[in-house]
Ligand binder design. Structure first.
Ligand SMILES: Nc1ncnc2c1ncn2[C@@H]1O[C@H](COP(=O)(O)OP(=O)(O)OP(=O)(O)O)[C@@H](O)[C@H]1O
Ligand SMILES: [Mg+2]
Length: 498
């Protein structure tokens, strides 16, 4: 055994994050760590990575009990972790982040930047990651940041690597590369712990699995002997179907119409409409322009030309403020940068989205605020100690749910959901879809970006597919993954060809 965790306990103030965490990893083993949002997965791994002290229990490293007091101490014994939320330094380059804290020094202590940049470039090239060593990290998408975290972790000859949802925003090709890295690490006799909410990934990587529920290990054993449904049952403690079925509605009036929208090289000749009651999927590969389209419609990025109609009236959207005034909401995948104020309580994050509704005279009214928060946290099953809890202290998946709650509370008519279920567990995914369905039933129009094809096909009434900044195809209900992939990858013969 490389690592054994026995009866690990951890409390944060009044919150018990871990009551009885148990897990063992041998060298050359890939171990999956599963559980619902807030089950304690990240907390358990942060204890192993020296970021939290444990309150009780034992951690054995090669059979010896250890107490790690800092990430540096964990790194020194050979533990590296790819974090769920980016911990990179935003103003530094990709290369500087990969080597941060472990810079190569010349005599007299100068940092050898050129060699660092060269080594980073080689690493990026070896894995064919879409990155450049000299790019600044704050310009990267969530996927890019995840890849930098991965480079950083694999760079430093560790013996245990922890991946906390490494693929949650990656494309299929990048995900395959992560699997390849995991297998290579295993073949080099390293131990790997892998956290994911993507059930399709389970069999692709893991040899053994541990399931946490409410801070306790409820199952541990080989992957070969357990069905996916049994794993889900351990995770949620009740029957949940991994398949979501939506009863389609007859589409109502047109709520959004976009015509000939262009943004220099990024979006070309975009045209589509959304109707009341519809959930329209937006498929395509990472980089196809889906997020860019959402950003342009929400007024974050300027457009060069094109028209947008909301409920039949032309609107000009040059800022998020104007988008909000037009009744458009954007639920973003990048919850850290555009989705949440991490240093504010959850209640204020929700309330800030709708200051008008709860403050008739411009003063936040506490009681209204907390009723609204209660209502939406219950609806989305957000796991909170109290509404006063800081948003940054929630588990990753629960942060995503707060982003959704915020916009539900504001009550827009047109919702742009960009990867709404990123990092959300199976049980809660169905609830997010229920919420989208009830929004649609109450007359809203929804555009949903998702890289997970099965969920796009299950939830959307029709699917638009993008490639290279254009809409290359439209598919109706009953389409297959192959249909989407064809428009996402092959040049279409459609009207967009000159
Ligand atoms: N620094 C902190 N302060 C207070 N509470 C915390 C802190 N970190 C985690 N928690 C709480 O501990 C519990 C477990 O969180 P953790 O992040 O380990 O969950 P998780 O299993 O990783 O979930 P997810 O799948 O959503 O990432 C949650 O209730 C969370 O709110
Ligand atoms: Mg987590």
């Amino acid at each position: 055994m490389l690592l054994s965790l026995e009866g690990i306990q951890k409390r944060f103030g009044g919150v018990t994050a871990l009551a009885d965490g148990n897990l063992g990893v041998a060298t050359g083993e890939v171990h999956l760590l599963l559980g619902e949002n807030g089950a304690g997965k990240s907390t358990l791994m942060k204890i192993v990575a020296g970021m939290h002290n444990r309150d009780g229990g034992r951690m054995l490293w090669n059979g010896q009990e250890v107490w790690l007091r800092s990430p540096a101490e964990a790194a020194a014994i050979g533990v590296a972790m790819v974090h769920q939320e980016s911990l990179l330094a935003p103003h530094l380059t990709v290369a500087e982040n990969i080597f941060l804290g472990r810079e190569e020094r010349r005599p007299f202590g100068w940092v050898n930047r050129r060699r660092m940049a060269e080594r980073a470039a080689r690493l990026i090239e070896e894995h064919r990651f879409p990155l450049q060593a000299d790019w600044r990290v704050d310009r990267l998408s969530p996927a890019g940041k995840q890849l930098v975290e991965i480079c950083r972790a694999i760079q430093h000859g560790s013996s245990l690597l922890i991946f906390d949802e490494p693929t949650s925003s990656l494309s299929d090709a990048e995900t395959e590369e992560v699997f390849r890295i995991v297998r290579a690490l295993r073949d080099r006799k390293m131990g790997v712990i892998y956290i994911t909410h993507r059930l399709e990934e389970l069999r692709a990587v893991g040899a053994r699995v541990t399931v946490l529920r409410d801070g306790r290990t409820v199952h541990t054993g080989p992957m070969g002997e357990i069905s996916t449904d049994a794993i889900i049952h351990h995770m949620v403690g009740r029957e949940v179907s991994s398949v979501y079925q939506r009863e389609p509605l007859p589409p109502g009036a047109e709520r959004l119409r976009v015509e000939k929208l262009n943004r220099g090289g990024v979006l070309t000749d975009i045209g589509f409409s959304l109707h009341a009651g519809e959930i329209v999927g937006l498929g395509g590969l990472v980089g196809a322009g889906r997020t860019e389209l959402c950003r342009a419609l929400f007024g974050i990025d300027p457009i060069d030309s094109g028209t947008v109609h909301v409920d039949g009236r032309p609107v000009t959207i040059r800022s998020p403020r104007e988008a909000v005034a037009a009744g458009i909401a954007l639920v973003t995948e990048d919850r850290q940068r555009t989705g949440l104020a991490l240093r504010l309580p959850v209640s204020q994050n929700v309330a800030l989205a709708n200051v008008v509704a709860i403050s008739p005279r411009g003063v936040l009214r506490q009681r209204l605020e907390s009723t609204a928060v209660d209502q939406y946290t219950a609806k989305l099953r957000i796991k909170l100690a109290s509404p006063r809890q800081l948003a940054g202290r929630l588990s990753g998946g629960n942060q995503q749910k707060v982003v959704i709650a915020k916009w539900l509370f504001r009550g827009a008519g047109i919702f742009l959901f960009d990867e709404p279920t990123r990092g959300i567990d199976v049980g809660a995914k169905a609830e997010v879809f229920e919420v989208m369905d009830s929004l649609a039933r109450s007359g809203a129009a929804i555009l949903m970006v998702s890289s997970e094809l099965p969920e796009l096909l299950q939830v959307a009434d029709r699917i638009l597919v993008m490639r290279g900044g254009r809409i290359t195809g439209e598919l109706s209900r009953g389409a297959t993954q192959q249909d989407v992939m064809r428009y996402a990858t092959v040049a279409s013969q459609g009207p967009d060809t000159p």
